[in-house]
Design a binder for this molecule. Sequence first.
Ligand code: PLP
Length: 377
Amino acid sequence: MSIQLFMPTFHVEECLAEIRECLEKGWTGLGYKTVQFEEAWKAYTDLPHAHFINSATAGLHLAIKLLKETYHWEDGDEIISTPLTFVSTNHAIAYENMRVVFADVDKYLCLDPKDVKRKITNKTKAIMFVGMGGNTGHYKDIVKLCKDHGLQLILDASHMSGTRLEGRIVGREADVVIYSFQAVKNLPTADSGMICFMEEALDKKVRKYSWLGINKDTYARSKDEGAYKWKYDVEYLGYKYHGNSIMASLGLVQLKYLDQDNAYRRQLAKWYDEAFKYHKNLVGLIPVAKGCESSRHLYVIEVNNRDELLASLNKEDIYPGVHYRDNTEYTMYAYGKDTCPKAYHYSMRILSLPMHLRLTRKDIRHIANKVIQYASL
Ligand SMILES: *Cc1c(COP(=O)(O)O)cnc(C)c1O
């Protein structure tokens, strides 16, 4: 049987029961379950606000948009970001005509505060931090750097659902945190996400921006008395970015199991660690930062013969992935080429081993044995 990199596991009966409620009630859109899920997410994360949206990409865009407006950033102003990420992290910056300035990564594959500091100019407005694979890396140093330089901090927590640092969910230190609940993320729906602003005013505003700039959502309107339900105002040129009750139904169920699921992911990682313990000359491991209880979205290794190894594993019906290709290798971001040598180095040498809830200890041993067999010095 083939072993895939990712495979979402749903609590099917519970999900269907939740969705059934939507169908029977005749309410599948914005409101109802989306509100319930926002409340549940706030309770889980202890973040002050949460707005359910249709993807993390949409959330990242709104984060940049609203911060730009609030702090009067101008076109061409700079945001420092990582080249080792899914491209939507950086596209979100570019959507708003801001310039992505790439800083290098450290041994955690997260932004290296030393290089970030070197890349701050008088046009720098914010830092975009990605918790790679659920790792917090040098997050606290990035928080301090933002404080010292008066920069906003945006946390792309797409891999970080459930990640804790020193026992607490990460995020309060940032201006805004964005989560992805896309199908292969730790809290799978099909496509959705959450945007959590620390400022109440921005939370209020983002609810309008995600619904075309309309100043009342449909659910609130349906509860209005009188004949003037239709008479909302449109305050902004907003987008259709909000989430719906079907996705929220899946989220509500999966959230109940998030900590348990992540604990199993950490167990899988431990089994990989054990298997590679005596093969460190062949297989480089990416450390988890001190104090970080990682969501373990990924298990990344570093090898000398990555492309050959991937081909050999595919022949064995094992399908790892690569997270990520250095974004400055893409035409879009080629202006950043050669500015982040470590990110480039890693991007040529890393692969992500299968990491999902259907894998067993035996699977991990099998995968690890094949990696050891085909990795070369
Ligand atoms: C998946 C992912 C995104 C985009 O998430 P969507 O919900 O699919 O839009 C953004 N950033 C990172 C780091 C991701 O892994």
